[in-house]
Design a protein around this ligand. Sequence first.
Ligand code: GRF
Length: 214
Amino acid sequence: MKKIVILISGRGSNMQAMLSANLPCHIAAIISNRADAQGLETAKQHGIVTRVVSHRDFAERAAFDVALAEVIDSYQPDFVILAGFMRILTEQFVNRYQGRLLNIHPSLLPAYAGMHTHERALQDGVKIHGCTVHFVTPDLDHGPIIIQAAVSVLSHDTPHTLAARVLKEEHQIYAQAIRWLCSGQVTLNTEGRVVSNRAERAGAALIAPHLEHS
Ligand code: GRF
């Protein structure tokens, strides 16, 4: 069975969704850069090993990343899952886990890389927004995409209501991505493309606002 470690910084709702998803892998540890991360309590309640590597203990980002990698490697994970881990990682760290490091980003990448995605989507007036699970590469928020979910943006949305609608889908797609990777149904090829051996279906189109049928 494949092994994963999950990195969090706060609430940990994506992590919680993974713990509840009965994934076909062993969750070896939950690691946080903050001792007060709410998600650590949730992990303990599920009987999962928790570790804290505080970025505050290190004067430089590179030293923190080395210490973090040591803790991660002690569990020999197949995949390292960033789930609301709010630190930018050095290129050395990212390269060390090439093809094994995953992130979820609250936008339909490559749109809205970076911060404040929901505010920016509302500002632009887009009608469809969403979230993306991708492999992490040194190019921030631009790694190979595994799965995305799209939601409608409603005219009365606030960043808060839109974030909640997106978060619900994050919980679905992150668990799905891990399930595919851990069962070998989805892989990253040598050209850096995500390939799937599953039968594909087009599914229903999301049209926003919805069509009126006369
Ligand atoms: C999520 O919206 C995720 O996309 C972003 O940070 C948030 C983390 O939420 N990177 P949680 O800690 O998983 O509840």
